[in-house]
Each structure stands twice: as structure tokens, then as C-alpha cells.
Design a protein around this ligand. Structure first.
Ligand SMILES: [Zn+2]
Length: 83
């Protein structure tokens, strides 16, 4: 079931990873949602791909409210391109 285009699996997952480590990779985290008024599991959406990194947005899994965002500085790929 890979219907989420942004939920790609990093190919470099350690072979001896336990379940918890997998969840860590997916950043299965909880943030406070002002609408649900509680900590909720969030979904990560890719907003923008910038030369400096990717911008992600976290949204409540229940109501879809934006509860946070983040810059992911995965500059390796772009660093190679720009040299
Ligand atoms: Zn919510």
C-alpha cells in the first residue's frame, strides 16, 4: 500500500532495525492540535523543494489542521548539483 507519494522509505534503513526505529524514520510524532485540543498524530507533507532543503508541513491526522512545519536540510543531493 504505497498510495502516499511523500511517504517514501529511505533505502538506507538499518537491517537490524526494530519497529520503533522504523517509526522513528517516518517521524511518527505527535503535536498539539489547537482544534482537537490535544496531542495528535500528525502527517508530514512536502510543501516546497528548495536549494537549501525541503520544507515540510505537519498536519493533524484527524482534522487536517496545520500544527507545525520544518525545514529538512538534506543538502547532499543539491550540494553535488551545485558544485
Ligand atoms: Zn486536529
Amino acid at each position: 500500500m504505497r498510495n502516499d507519494p511523500f511517504g517514501f522509505v529511505p533505502p538506507s534503513a538499518p537491517p537490524s532495525s526494530e519497529r520503533q526505529a522504523d517509526f522513528d524514520q517516518f517521524e511518527a510524532m505527535e503535536l498539539y492540535c489547537p482544534k482537537c485540543r490535544q496531542a495528535v498524530p500528525v502527517r508530514k507533507f512536502l510543501l516546497l523543494i528548495l536549494p537549501d532543503g525541503d520544507k515540510y508541513e505537519y498536519r493533524c491526522q484527524y482534522c487536517g489542521t496545520k500544527v507545525g512545519d520544518k525545514m529538512d536540510k538534506s543538502g547532499q543531493y543539491y550540494g553535488v548539483l551545485r558544485r
